[in-house]
Design a binder for this molecule. Structure first.
Ligand code: SIN
Length: 421
């Protein structure tokens, strides 16, 4: 037996919740970070006292026949513009990201029921600039747990677009499942003119529900494009703003559903070696840029690793980062565009030989003084090799380094990891 859902207007309950959300102009973002369990709807308490609602969410007359046999998909909401509500709905004006709940954003897309039996869970409700590495760890652990459910086809994570690519890449490295995980956001708030959230959510759920999406790793689905989380990046703040650069997309969400044309072949998912058991925080890794005339950066934060975005370092920068490596900090260089492939070795090949780099070898003055010295002095300690990122932006190289440092501090082993993932 099928149930017909007719949606012409938001339900009274939904309207009340929306009003509650809208009735707090200028309030701080709702922060309930790091919650592995569902939280209460953010606005329910304030809704009752409010006057007649004007939700701002455009009514869409639609008749949906739910598919009772559709795959189950869990939508885990974290916040962002996809859950954003404007102070003046229906305008191009300011809005608060992370306002609507998981329930509210899925309820506003009744078409989801054609393709999936959707469950929801509220992980947090924040602008994505408030998402922390500790939250990545909690979210990945939660997804690893729920994907063990035999009845669940896949997971969708709704997320702010500002930091979406980072969270998606962390999940790509640490969710050890073949089931699809799709990260989705929107560049226009739910109450805006032509919001992109509803269609993006529908495409994300269709992808997560699809058997074609198995073994594709964590994906970003935006604007009908299916992108690998490894390559996806936000190029600009308009719809269509997510891209994968030279590497292209995995597929497209067409009218008939997701169509894949490519599959990722690097290491991820079930083949990932990164086990988050016992990990609650990630090692500190700093990120910096090199530039003409640069002398390199030193840090007071005691990082375990540093990523330098560079197309080629100055001699002074080289010296600074060589000295940093000498202190045991792992230094990774990443090409500024993230598009470079040379330097890290082959994806399936052996790690490149360590570049043994001693001051005595490099510095002619020291070499000369060493040869004049009749008393044998101990050779200078070899400088640990630097690590080269392979076709990763610096922000993603930082995440891979943070994850790699949970396993090893050996730069040769970390180079192997950069070559494989
Ligand atoms: C955010 O990242 O939370 C706000 C921006 C967006 O979602 O597009």
């Amino acid at each position: 037996m099928t149930r017909v859902i007719r949606v012409g207007r938001p339900t009274a309950a939904f309207a009340a919740l929306m009003l509650g959300a809208c009735a707090r102009p200028g309030a701080a973002p709702v922060m309930s970070p790091s919650l592995a369990a569902p939280v209460a709807p953010v606005a329910a308490a304030t809704a009752a006292a409010a006057p007649a609602p004007a939700t701002g969410v455009a009514a869409r007359p639609v008749t949906v026949v739910p598919n009772p046999n559709a795959p189950k998909v869990l939508v885990i909401a974290t916040g962002g513009t996809i859950a954003g509500v404007q102070n003046a709905p229906g305008t191009l004006g300011a809005y608060r990201a992370g306002t609507l709940t998981a329930e509210q954003i899925t309820a506003s897309v009744p078409e989801l029921a054609r393709y999936a039996r959707v469950e929801t869970e509220q992980f947090s409700n924040v602008a994505s600039t408030l998402v922390t590495p500790e939250m990545w760890v909690k979210l990945a652990k939660r997804i690893n747990v729920v994907l063990q459910r035999g009845d669940l086809a896949g997971v969708v994570v709704t997320h702010g677009t500002d930091r979406l690519e980072e969270t998606a890449f962390f999940l790509y490295l640490t969710v050890r499942s073949s089931k699809p995980v799709v990260v989705v956001g929107a560049q226009r708030p739910a109450t805006g003119i032509s919001p992109d959230g509803p269609i993006n959510l529908l495409s994300a759920v269709r992808t997560a529900a699809s058997p074609k999406a198995v073994q594709k790793g964590v994906m970003v689905v935006m604007d009908d494009r299916i992108l690998s989380a490894r390559e996806s990046r936000k190029l600009y703040q308009r719809t269509g703003g997510f891209s994968t650069g030279d590497m292209g997309m995995l597929g497209v969400v067409a009218s008939q559903g997701p169509e894949f044309f490519f599959a990722p072949v690097r290491r991820f998912g079930e083949r990932s070696e990164f086990d988050l058991d016992g990990v609650d925080t990630l090692p500190k890794v700093e990120l910096t840029m090199s530039y003409p005339g640069g002398t390199g950066q030193t840090f007071t934060t005691n990082p375990k690793g540093v990523v330098v975005a560079t197309t080629g370092m100055t001699a002074a920068e080289n010296a600074t980062y060589r000295a940093l490596r000498q202190t045991g900090v792992v230094v990774v260089t990443s090409f500024t565009s993230g598009e470079n492939v040379n330097g890290g070795g082959g994806g399936d090949g052996p790690p490149p030989p360590a570049r043994v780099d001693t001051t005595a070898q490099r510095d002619p003055a020291q070499r000369e003084s060493a040869s004049r010295d009749s008393v044998a002095r101990p050779a200078a300690a070899p400088v640990p090799p630097g690590v080269t990122a392979l076709h990763l932006t610096a922000t993603k190289a930082r995440i891979l380094l943070m994850v790699a440092l949970t396993k090893t501090k050996d730069p040769r082993e970390i180079q192997r990891i950069f070559n494989e993932y």
